[in-house]
Design a protein around this ligand. Structure first.
Ligand code: KIV
Ligand code: ZN
Length: 526
């Protein structure tokens, strides 16, 4: 416990992916897992294998392909969940099962309808079952920060006896304050037998904007694992932001005296990659990775910066992977330079995908004088998104303007080899395009948000379209880039449509309800 190293447990692909609009497909999750490995995280929580066949497959694929970090799968405290998590992570060189069960009075009474004795029994049985499958087992008493301290200590002691190797104390609803959260760790360290042999972990949500502060307080009170996500994405207001907690420890090493194995220069590429893959933009003033994090507007600050950078900057942008001078590529740049840039930007592409990026790069470089990082990100991303698309865009045309009724015609290829053409009127040209796509695919989603922005500089900049839409209570997002903004809009919308088409097909392929889904008690237990 006295170690001065804190493990970074990244849950972007599990807790983070639970945030609205953040769902990712397998190819996207693998990209994120690869950059997490490059970032040097100690543990990747790759998903919740029982949640869906897709979740299982992605945890399994990450366990098989991404070697270095521990690969962890989440499970509720029941045999079916635990076995599924064990099966998903078993091929990882370093597998972990993370079992959780709520312990607070409010969860016991209203969600689980279980007495304390039952919670204790189930927690112990769950941990033992997980230990029979995998040696590395983490246990989380969900809503720990609102659990009676004595009961919390009792549960923790019993699951350590049952074989848990890491104990995570979640502030599930972001209710704790730094002093109080730290005091829970101090109490558990003082009152639990065997605690000195396990790793204590913090898991904080940001409902009151205190997730990072709470995590740091936990560290000061003995936590040696922090659960966090890139850009702080996660349920509701999100989780503790990885880049913030890591840079706080690094910048204030004089105060905390604790280090991590994170390669900070990968923080910015990881943040960009996640935001591209999910379509969830990072707020401009976000600490460490926001667009304004190192921008100085006021004259006094600019003057100070010119005289001595440290007058107004406590971190060096280069240290988190932000370059003050962007490298640009042009039509004479070769394959090697492009490959290097793609990799520096955090993308992990196959040879075949790189070849396709190179082809598109040459076409783009012919149209534009200079190709910026944002353009290259867009080209690399197109490869990830070009996974199993049910519908692809053949052509789109539209008319608009104040003196005409906006209309559009789209031609789409269906995966089975047929082409479908449809025309529609709309409130504007983009609305008409979306309506024509709905008609062609037969899939209707409710648009929540649509944005267009330029991804690089200059008049010949590419336009990036982002679409957020609702389908059956789920928020789905799509993003696409093109030099033609109408085409970008159509492609982004089609990405959402494809997500729906793929889901519906997977659902049809696998309509075999699992034992867990059929069990009302277990269904309620989450
Ligand atoms: O917030 C929470 O309590 C969780 C647990 C599953 C660890 O995410
Ligand atoms: Zn959580």
């Amino acid at each position: 416990m006295s170690s001065q190293h804190v493990k970074i447990f990244d849950t972007t692909l599990r807790d983070g992916e639970q945030s609205p609009g953040a769902s990712m497909n397998l190819a996207e999750k693998l990209q994120v897992a690869h950059i997490l490995k490059e970032l040097g995280v100690d543990i990747i929580e790759a998903g919740f294998p029982i949640a869906s066949p897709g979740d299982f497959e992605s945890v399994q694929a990450i366990a098989r392909e991404v070697h270095g970090p521990i690969i962890c799968g989440l499970a509720r405290c029941n045999p079916a969940d635990i076995d599924r998590a064990g099966a998903a992570v078993k091929d990882a060189p370093l597998p972990r099962i993370h079992v959780f069960l709520a312990t607070s009075a409010i969860h016991r009474e209203f969600k689980l309808r279980m007495a304390k004795e039952e919670i204790l029994r189930r927690a112990v049985e769950g941990v033992k079952r997980a230990r029979d499958l995998i040696a590395d087992v983490e246990f989380s008493p969900e809503d720990a920060s609102r659990t009676e301290l004595e009961f919390l200590a009792e549960v923790v002691e019993k699951v350590i006896e049952a074989g848990a190797t890491t104990i995570n104390l979640p502030d599930t609803v972001g209710y704790a304050t730094p002093e109080q959260y730290g005091a829970i760790f101090a109490y558990i360290r003082k009152h639990v037998r065997g605690i000195e042999n396990i790793t204590l972990s913090a898991h904080c949500h940001d409902d009151l904007g205190m997730a990072v502060a709470n995590s740091l307080s936990a560290i000061q009170n003995g936590a040696r694992q922090i659960e966090c996500t890139i850009n702080g994405i996660g349920e509701r207001a999100g989780n503790c932001a990885l880049e913030e907690v890591v840079m706080a420890l690094r910048t204030r090493a004089d105060y905390y005296g604790i280090d991590t194995t994170i390669n900070a220069r990968k923080l910015y590429p990881a943040s960009r990659l996640l935001s591209h893959v999910t379509g969830l933009a990072v707020q401009r003033n976000k600490a460490v990775v926001g667009q304004n994090a190192f921008a100085h507007e006021s004259g006094i600050h600019q003057d100070g910066m010119l005289k001595e950078r440290r007058t107004y900057e406590i971190m060096n942008p280069e240290d988190v992977g932000i370059s003050r001078t962007e490298l640009v590529l042009g039509k004479h740049s070769g394959r090697h330079a492009l490959r290097q840039r793609v990799s520096d930007l955090g993308y992990h592409l196959s040879e075949e995908q790189l070849n396709r990026v190179f082809e598109s790069f040459k076409t783009l470089a012919d149209k534009k004088k200079v190709v910026y990082d944002a353009d290259i990100e867009a080209l690399a991303e197109a490869q990830i998104h070009s996974g199993p698309a049910v519908w692809t865009l053949e052509a789109v045309t539209c008319t608009g303007g104040s003196a005409t009724i906006p209309s559009a015609v789209v031609a789409l290829w269906h995966q089975e080899g047929r082409i479908v053409r449809e025309a529609a009127y709309g409130d504007g040209p983009v609305d008409a395009v979306f309506k024509a796509i709905d008609l062609a695919t037969g899939i209707h989603v409710n648009l929540i948000d649509f944005r267009i922005r330029s991804v690089s500089e200059g008049e010949d900049a590419q336009g990036e379209a982002s679409v957020e839409a609702m389908y059956q209570d789920k928020v789905l997002s799509g993003r696409a880039v093109s030099t033609d903004i109408v085409e970008a809009a159509a492609l982004a919308y089609l990405q959402v449509t494809n997500r729906v088409a793929l889901r519906n097909r997977i659902a049809l392929d696998r309509v075999k309800p699992t034992e867990v889904a059929a069990d009302p008690e277990l269904r309620e237990a989450n």
